[in-house]
Design a protein around this ligand. Structure first.
Ligand code: 9Z3
Length: 270
């Protein structure tokens, strides 16, 4: 943790003092796991390939942002999205010319515990960056978990018939992030549903409940084609440009989010 915090603070210091204060975004990506045993052998997982987070990160870097990429170990990485998942690729380093290294800090997580702890650390470290900081929360975060204290230490025995597990609700950290950890940061959350009939209602409810600046609503089966950005100024449908094979929905999405962030920064200075 100490080492992570040191790297984090150095990254933020470097970027917030360069070019008259660069904007910094924390992109979360991939799904969190819920361990069933303290000495974990089994866990419940949340679906997310990490594609959204990785593609969004590339677009944020292109737009001049410094990115803290908080990602699930083993999921899709920026600039490697179309390459096979091969640890050999990690042996390559960015050349200085690309200048990407100073713009991207990658921090991994696996469990819901690690994710929440890291998010808090990042939010508190970004507090002084104020309105120039952003949270773009694309990670698929578990809604239910086994609290550490009620978790068995050792591997659950398999010989005693069917298994009953009671899962508690994960405390909604989004409200705490907005009100305590980083109240001045621009905050974008995501809402994922598989039933399109309830998606917009749920997203609108989340916007009000968590007081985020926008909620990106997406349906599982169409998430790569279109999303809807829900905010107090109305709903905007963002689509991938179908006639361009190399186009991704994140290209247009990040353009819109960056625009909204610029307006937010201007308004906070008035
Ligand atoms: C999303 O909705 C992301 O867009 C996806 C991206 C996970 C669908 P992939 O990683 O997919 O490209 O395969 N993320 C947020 C999902 C989520 O857990 N949202 C919570 C909710 O819907 C709120 S934090 O309740």
């Amino acid at each position: 943790m100490e080492e992570i915090l040191e790297n984090l603070n150095e990254f933020i210091k470097l970027n917030s003092s360069s070019q008259g204060g660069r904007r910094i975004v924390c992109v979360t990506s991939g799904g969190t796991t819920v361990p069933l045993e303290q000495r974990c052998v089994r866990y419940i997982d949340n679906f997310s390939s990490g594609n959204r987070g990785a593609a969004s990160t590339e677009n944020f870097v292109k737009a001049g942002y410094a990115v803290i990429f908080l990602y699930r170990r083993g999921t899709c990485q920026p600039y490697c999205r179309s390459l096979p998942d091969d640890p050999f690729l990690e042996c390559f380093e960015f050349s200085d010319k690309t200048n990407i290294q100073g713009s991207l800090l990658k921090l991994p997580f696996s469990t819901i515990y690690e994710y929440l702890q890291m998010l808090r650390l990042i939010a508190e470290a970004l507090k002084d960056v104020g309105p120039c900081s952003m949270f773009y929360l694309a990670a698929a975060v578990s809604d239910f978990y086994v609290p550490w204290k009620s978790m068995t230490e050792h591997k659950i025995e398999s010989g005693s018939g069917p298994l009953d597990i009671r899962l508690a609700q994960v405390p909604k950290m989004l409200s705490v992030l907005r009100s305590n950890w980083a109240p001045k940061a621009f905050c974008i959350s995501f809402k994922l549903e598989t039933d399109s009939k309830i998606l917009m209602e749920k997203a609108t409810k989340a916007l009000r409940k968590y007081k985020v600046h926008a909620v990106v609503a997406n349906e599982l089966s169409t998430r790569k084609e279109e999303v809807v950005v829900v905010s107090s100024s109305g709903n905007v449908v963002v689509r991938r440009e179908c006639d361009k094979p190399e186009s991704f929905v994140e290209d247009n999405l990040i353009r819109l989010i960056v625009d909204r962030h610029s307006t937010y920064i201007k308004e906070s200075h008035n």
